[in-house]
Design a protein around this ligand. Structure first.
Ligand code: PEP
Ligand code: MN
Length: 263
């Protein structure tokens, strides 16, 4: 995934004019977890109103506690895919294990590898054989080099449709959920030809500060921003404390575009 191997930036073409690529600003928004048909419809309506073409959401959730909500599973994904594809919206969703790759395949546009799976090398090997895009999140305590090596697993397996995501790392600082390492953005862009996305929601973990960290990510040189939004964040099944409501999300999407235009 090094620029020494391929100088030209990798462009991810998701079809219907939706791209993630250098020199562009991808916006991916949606809930932490897919919860219900009603919730999916409301998010899709919000995305359409704001010209956001990619929706995030988990149906297989890697929760720190086994007693927390763990997602609607494949049935939730099928329902979501039907509604999203009808609306022309692409789906970004986490794959947690090898056995899910195939069952998710018809209903997924971008496989997300979560921070807890960044070094699941079996999963990465298998994703290397798939002809769909993969977004790899940086490990919870992972270095930039380790993220690049994880991407190398998928790339060397034959899948070059890869996206890197900075989502914050664990440091000694407890005032925020994670420490969003914006240093990683210019460094990854300099080292690799792959697009780089910033996730300010998991990066800081505090709703009120998500917008400014998103904009900082844009200015740091990100090719896209992924953030969490929900009609009523306080009622979200997961990560409500870092989730924007639709009014905040609409403002942020606008600011992201304006900030990018100034870059
Ligand atoms: C998520 O995107 O909701 C998620 C679980 O992210 P991460 O793997 O970065 O914690
Ligand atoms: Mn989340």
């Amino acid at each position: 995934v090094s620029k020494k191997w391929k100088a030209k930036p990798t462009s991810i073409d998701l079809g219907n004019g939706v791209f993630i690529k250098d020199g562009d600003m991808a916006i991916i928004a949606g809930p932490c977890s897919i919860e219900s048909e009603d919730q999916i419809r409301k998010v899709i309506k919000h995305l359409k109103e704001n010209d956001i073409k990619m929706m995030r959401g988990g149906v297989f959730k890697p929760r720190s506690s086994p007693y927390a909500f763990r997602g609607l599973g494949i049935d939730g994904l099928k329902l979501w895919y039907d509604l999203a594809s009808e609306a022309g919206i692409k789906i970004v969703t986490e794959v947690m294990q090898v056995s899910q790759i195939e069952e998710m395949y018809p209903y997924t546009d971008i496989y997300q590898v979560g921070a807890r799976n960044t070094q699941n090398f079996n999963l990465l090997d298998e994703l290397g054989k798939v002809d769909k895009a993969v977004m790899i999140k940086r490990g919870i305590s992972g270095t930039i080099e380790e993220l690049l090596q994880s991407a190398e697993y998928v790339f060397s397996g034959g899948n070059e449709k890869l996206i890197l995501c900075e989502r914050g790392i664990r440091t000694y600082e407890r005032a925020s959920r994670n420490t969003l390492d914006l240093n990683a953005v210019p460094i990854l862009k300099a080292k690799s030809h792959l697009p780089v996305i910033v996730d300010p929601s998991h990066g800081i973990g505090i709703r009120a500060y998500v917008p400014q960290m998103a904009l900082a990510g844009v200015m740091a040189g990100a090719d896209g921003i992924i953030y969490e939004t929900h009609e009523i964040p306080e009622k979200a099944y997961s990560d409500g404390q870092q989730t924007l409501d639709f009014t905040q999300s609409a403002l942020l999407a606008d600011w992201i575009r304006k900030t990018f235009a100034m870059r």
